[in-house]
Design a protein around this ligand. Structure first.
Ligand SMILES: Cc1cc2nc3c(=O)[nH]c(=O)nc-3n(C[C@H](O)[C@H](O)[C@H](O)COP(=O)(O)O)c2cc1C
Length: 410
């Protein structure tokens, strides 16, 4: 199989598995503990059915969405992922360029290897900046200041990593944080000489460029990674920090990682413009609900004032459509674009985005929807009434209760 013969995102995952040493592939692919959350994120989508409508002239379809005043060609985007330079040198810039070409947002992580400023040079209209708060208030303030200077479209603050999590694949493979490429780890990679050669040719561990300004003069990549490891995670971060960021940042502010409707309500009160509803792709708390399960309750909590973007487990165009029907404006995904960049660089990411675009378009036509923005809960079929219920006006439901109740009870 090669890039062009990859017919879905899973094919890109399999290609990446061939190309990457196990330690690298597992770092992307893995979850925490028993990886139940990882599975739950996929299973949540399988709970839903889309009920097609026909005879509606779907010869022209419009998948575009408006987010924070800007029109994007598709209701998808690239989730922030740190350390992407490890899978391919300059991976962040390839992700940014592919997002620019597809006219979708790219959330550049503060833990990326490219800096915010590098990303903005490649895709000034498409980069959003995702930051983690650190234990150093001056650095937090400086990151926001840099954002004000560079002007990414959106500032995204991820809040779902209060402490590091139990990623057992990484522990078994010897992948540690701060990252250290020991000879043992490199030896483990020898079955993938192309990756090893690239890794060695580019000087080993890639620099986490966003943190270079805070490191001592002349610090190497390993020392900068160590510094990052001392500054994050920052378990003391609270709503007060968010309030300060809201005051200091002039553009649209999004929080990534809230799952509780009360937290969503608090964010709305604070003046946050959007939420990425996410469980970090099942990489933090194995017993967390899937974001899709929480989406209707979060939508109800924040009303129409806050944009919702669904993240975690999105692998099919139909997933994006279902998320929209449940109240999200768009959906983003993390692992698939990393598999894609590992498998084929910028062309790989373009292929991943194209696959998703095609799938969304096809599903829209199949269900009789001309404009993605018109999708709502009326497209969801939520289970046949049980025989005893037929013809009754009861609002008792089978599956999934929130939407079913909303549809039948108005
Ligand atoms: C390798 C890797 C690195 C990640 N790094 C970050 C990060 O730096 N910041 C962040 O907010 N989320 C990070 N995430 C989480 C993603 O942004 C996203 O929430 C997750 O990948 C979504 O799930 P999916 O992979 O099933 O699409 C990372 C995920 C992966 C797989």
């Amino acid at each position: 199989m090669n890039l062009q013969s990859a017919v879905n995102l899973e094919d890109l995952r399999l290609l990446a598995r061939q190309k990457l040493p196990r330690i690298a592939f597992d770092f992307i692919d893995g979850g925490v503990d028993d990886e139940l959350c990882l599975k739950r994120n996929r299973e949540a989508f399988a709970q839903y059915r889309l009920l097609p409508r026909y005879l509606r002239d779907v010869s022209r379809r419009d998948p575009s969405v408006v987010l924070f005043g800007r029109t994007y060609s598709s209701p998808i985007g690239i989730s922030p992922t740190g350390l992407a330079g490890l899978w391919r040198p300059d991976a962040d810039l390839m992700l940014a360029a592919a997002a620019r070409e597809a006219n979708v947002p790219f959330l550049l992580s503060s833990a990326a290897n490219a800096s915010l400023e590098d990303g903005m040079r490649v895709a000034p209209e498409h980069v959003w900046f995702q930051m983690y708060c650190t234990s150093d208030e001056r650095i937090n303030a400086d990151l926001v200041q840099r954002a004000n200077q560079a002007q990414p479209g959106v500032l995204v603050v991820s809040v779902d990593v209060p402490v590091n999590s139990n990623r057992e694949r990484n522990r078994r493979n010897g992948f540690s944080r701060p990252l250290r490429m020991t000879p043992g780890v490199v030896l483990n990679a020898m079955g993938h000489p192309a990756w090893v050669l690239r890794y060695l040719r580019t000087g080993g561990i890639p620099m986490m460029r966003n943190w270079l300004p805070y490191a001592p003069e002349g610090a190497n990549a390993s020392q900068v990674a160590d510094l990052y490891g001392t500054l994050t995670p920052a378990p003391m971060i609270s709503w007060e920090h968010l309030r300060r960021i809201r005051d200091a940042w002039k553009g649209p502010l999004v929080i990534k990682g809230l799952l509780h409707p009360d937290d969503a309500r608090e964010a709305a009160r604070l003046g946050v413009d959007g939420l990425v509803v996410s469980n970090h792709g099942g990489r933090q708390l194995d017993v967390a609900p899937s974001p899709l399960e929480m989406l209707p309750a979060i939508r109800a909590a924040v009303g129409d004032r806050v944009e919702l973007i669904l993240d975690s487990g999105v692998r099919r165009g139909s997933d994006v459509v279902i998320a929209r029907c449940l109240g999200a404006r768009s959906a983003i995904f993390g692992r698939p674009t990393l598999y894609a960049v590992a498998a084929g660089g910028q062309a790989g990411v373009a292929r991943a985005l194209q696959i998703m675009r095609n799938e969304i378009d096809m599903v829209m036509a199949q269900i009789g929807c001309r404009r993605f923005e018109d999708l709502d809960a009326s497209y969801l079929w939520t289970g046949a009434p049980r025989p005893a219920e037929s013809g009754s006006s009861t609002c008792e439901t089978s599956l999934p209760a929130v939407v079913h109740t909303a549809q039948r009870c108005g």
